[in-house]
Design a protein around this ligand. Structure first.
Ligand code: C2E
Ligand code: CA
Ligand code: CA
Length: 761
């Protein structure tokens, strides 16, 4: 059970680990996915922006080309600054352009659009901000972009664009220049080109790393255009870019391919995509802050985590449910294993589970065990069936619970045996307690409408006085109980002397069990003579010759057989063997005589007694009229409602019923009248004293009178002298049995005896 429980949690941990791995995997996948999707977004953005800006610049270049060639055709192409209506017209058509100008190769502006103030015009070659790009325009065949700057005169941020106008020999005649507006309604890029506040898009000048154009949330122009990108950041971006693309910077520029990179500096962390514009020497760069990617990722991750957490919670609950069901099952099993299902009392299993509590403490407490055993309980089962017996046991247990002290531990040891463990060793307390229990158990029972009484015996053993371990303690209480059983409804405290008798009984029981298997038992037969001196019948008596114990007298082993449950087997042996041997004797001698068989109470109360009897008779072939059953008065302690009909039935079949040891028991005369008894046997103890004891003689006379009265034959047993026989004869005794006539004999000897009788006739 514990193993299963452990396995459940191992499974849970495995499942948890598996889910965790899955969570990590799916999160990692999500991370890649987010990065990939931003990369793709940025790629298409960069593609769009670079294409758009390129074509915008190409357009401007065409305008500058056309305009420049137009302007130098002008005859008034002189050193004086003039405003040209053509420029103004073009300016009006092209609102993204701040102003036009035409400069001579020395940097002096000679034509300007009319929105510019002629008095504040700088020399483009001399002015620091424009010198560089002007210089390059002089050398380049295509349009050159100047550094984005603030044009104070017009209060505008502009991208200066310049294009040299050449003659057919390539000599520079003039430089056409203009400014592209990057702010306000009519700016050059009509929309923000970045995606959202996490994204920024820059057109970065390859020459000096100044931003040409910058689009981001709340971009500060001053800041954006006044400084180049920090060398360190640039360095990192380029090395990351080279690493990712795996080619050289020159070839990246040459092929204008899309490439991604990652920047991590103290104040800026992003992933981005870039592409170079060869013609205008511009990088189109899109970057997304890493924080945005983290945010997106953690948003997903958080929802995964919630799902994971909830899932785990549900699974955990489920497992706990299973585990607790398992626990419950385990506890149920433990309960079942340690409790008797019938009475719900703790059982022997409970005892072995809990014996440590009683025995192996540092300072063992003194306590006692009361061994309670019901007298003749087996006959209840035998007569009324087990279900009935179960009901009685329930009632028994209830009475025990009621009468045992509350702190005592009550255990059903098995069958009708109960143990009471109690922290008490004083006889002054124990004996009254035990007697109280016996009194309670002896009160009449009424079960399924049947009234009866049961006796109980209690043996007491004390710890550690009578045993230092559970087994020896229980055995001591058992021995004391057996001692108590000898006297009905009594209590005995264990004493050492009890031990030997008990052990002997154990040995006898053991040997008897073997003896029954090994055919050590046999029958002898003692003749019974009628008043004419003729053979009336024989009494069958059992004998046992054991290897170890020698000859064991029947009065000894029969009580042991009764107590240990061997009686049914023994009784069946006696019945079958006697009937068949005597049938044989009748056949061989040609004589007809009665066979009297002793039937013990236990045997008679056996549920299948009747069936067995009939079968034995049929198997033997002996006629029923020759058969007697000897019963004793102790039978009438048992349930008469069961016994009387059975006796009647036996009697009606023609089988005789003989009352053995009559006069020693306590059957009332009034009851005797109603009993189907054919013969009274005067007990040997009366016959023994008939010559010298008045009371015995009176008793014998009475018994004979009763017999006559109720039309029962009277047999005297144990007749040893002729004087006894004569006196009995005089009193009117019908039959005689005793050593005077013959001792019990084996069948062969009996046959000889019978033949001699026949011969005497
Ligand atoms: P019981 O039924 O009263 O048997 C008569 C006993 O008296 C027998 O002893 C018998 O041998 C003995 N006896 C007979 N005549 C004389 C005599 O003149 N002098 C003396 N001293 N004894 C005499 P046993 O065979 O030892 O049986 C003792 C008891 O054991 C029987 O008493 C009976 O209760 C029981 N028993 C014997 N055999 C059986 C049996 O097969 N089944 C049952 N259930 N009980 C049996
Ligand atoms: Ca007898
Ligand atoms: Ca007898």
């Amino acid at each position: 059970m514990a193993l299963l429980r452990k396995n459940i949690w191992t499974l849970f941990i495995l499942l948890f680990g598996g889910s965790l791995l899955f969570l990590i995997a799916i999160s990692y996948y999500r991370w890649l996915n987010i990065n990939e999707s931003y990369r793709l977004k940025q790629e298409s953005l960069v593609d769009l922006v670079s294409n758009a800006s390129h074509s915008l610049f190409v357009n401007q270049e065409i305008i500058l080309d056309v305009l420049g060639s137009e302007l130098i055709k002008d005859p008034e192409f002189t050193d004086t600054v003039k405003t040209k209506p053509l420029l103004d017209q073009l300016l009006a058509l092209n609102p993204a352009i701040v102003g036009f100008g035409l400069a001579n190769p020395q940097g002096k502006l000679t034509f300007i659009s009319s929105n510019l103030n002629p008095s504040r015009l700088p020399n483009l070659l001399q002015q620091q901000a424009s010198r560089d790009s002007f210089q390059r325009a002089l050398e380049s065949n295509s349009m050159v972009l100047g550094r984005t700057y603030y044009m104070g005169a017009l209060n505008e941020w502009v991208i200066p664009i310049r294009k040299a106008v050449r003659d057919e020999n390539g000599r520079v005649l003039a430089v056409m220049t203009a400014g592209l507006r990057i702010k306000g309604a009519s700016r050059f890029f009509s929309n923000d080109i970045h995606m959202d506040k996490y994204n920024r898009v820059t057109l970065l000048r390859a020459a000096d790393h100044y931003p040409q154009y910058h689009s981001s949330e709340g971009a500060d122009m001053e800041l954006a255009y006044s400084k180049p990108v920090k060398a360190e950041a640039m360095q990192r971006a380029i090395s990351s870019l080279l690493k990712k693309s795996g080619v050289s910077l020159a070839s990246l520029k040459e092929t204008e391919s899309m490439v991604s990179f990652r920047i991590k500096t103290n104040d800026w962390k992003s992933v981005g995509v870039a592409r170079f514009d060869k013609k205008y020497q511009l990088w189109t760069v899109s970057e997304i802050k890493l924080t945005k990617i983290y945010d997106d990722f953690f948003e997903s991750f958080f929802s995964y985590l919630v799902i994971f957490g909830l899932g785990q919670l549900v699974i955990y609950r489920l497992f706990r449910l299973i585990a607790s069901a398992e626990d419950q099952r385990r506890q149920d099993l433990i309960y079942q294993a340690s409790h008797d299902p019938l009475t719900q009392l703790p059982n022997r299993g409970y005892l072995s589970m809990h014996k440590e509590e009683w025995l192996s403490q540092e300072n063992p407490p003194e306590f006692s065990v009361l061994f309670v055993d019901m007298d003749h309980f087996k006959s209840v089962n035998d007569s009324f069936g087990h279900e009935f017996g179960d009901e009685v046991l329930k009632e028994l247990a209830a009475r025990l619970k009621e009468n045992a002290p509350s702190q005592a531990t009550l255990i059903r040891q098995g069958g009708d045996e109960f143990l009471i463990f109690i922290h008490e060793t004083d006889d002054k307390v124990l004996l009254p307690l035990a007697k109280g229990i016996i009194t309670a158990l002896s009160r009449p029972y009424q079960v399924e409408g049947i009234n009866f009484t049961l006796g109980a015996s209690i043996g007491i053993a004390k710890y550690p006085l009578h045993g230092t371990d559970l087994d020896s303690l229980l055995r001591a209480s058992d021995i004391a109980m057996y001692e108590a059983k000898k006297h009905k409804n009594s209590v005995r405290v264990f004493a050492d002397e009890m031990q030997s008798g008990y052990l002997h009984k154990l040995v006898v029981e053991q040997q008897l069990r073997k003896g029954l298997d090994n055919d050590e038992l046999f029958m002898v037969y003692q003749p019974q003579i009628d008043s004419n001196g003729k053979l009336y019948g024989v009494e069958a008596l059992v004998r046992w010759q054991n290897e170890e114990l020698g000859f064991v007298p029947p009065d000894q082993f029969i009580s042991i057989a009764e107590a240990s449950g061997l009686m049914p087997r023994l009784g069946e042996f006696v019945l079958r063997r006697s009937l068949s041997e005597m049938k044989q004797a009748q056949l061989e001698t040609g004589l007809e005589f009665h066979v009297s068989i002793n039937v013990s109470v236990r045997q008679f109360m056996q549920a299948n007694f009747m069936a067995l009897l009939l079968d034995a008779i049929e198997v033997s072939g002996l006629s029923k009229v020759f058969i007697s059953l000897e019963i004793t008065e102790s039978l009438f302690i048992e349930d008469l409602d069961y016994i009387l009909p059975l006796l009647q039935q036996i009697h009606d079949m023609g089988i005789q019923v003989s009352m053995d040891d009559f006069g020693t028991g306590y059957s009332s005369l009034s009851m005797l009248r109603t009993l189907p008894v054919d013969e009274l046997k005067i007990d040997k103890s009366f016959v023994d004293n008939i010559l010298n004891d008045d009371a015995a003689r009176k008793m014998v006379q009475n018994i004979i009178a009763i017999g006559k009265n109720y039309e029962m034959a009277v047999l005297a047993e144990g007749v040893e002298t002729q004087a006894q026989a004569d006196l009995l004869s005089r009193f009117g005794c019908d039959r005689f049995q005793g050593y005077l006539y013959a001792k019990p004999m084996k069948p062969e000897d009996l046959k000889t005896f019978l033949c001699n009788c026949k011969g005497n006739d």
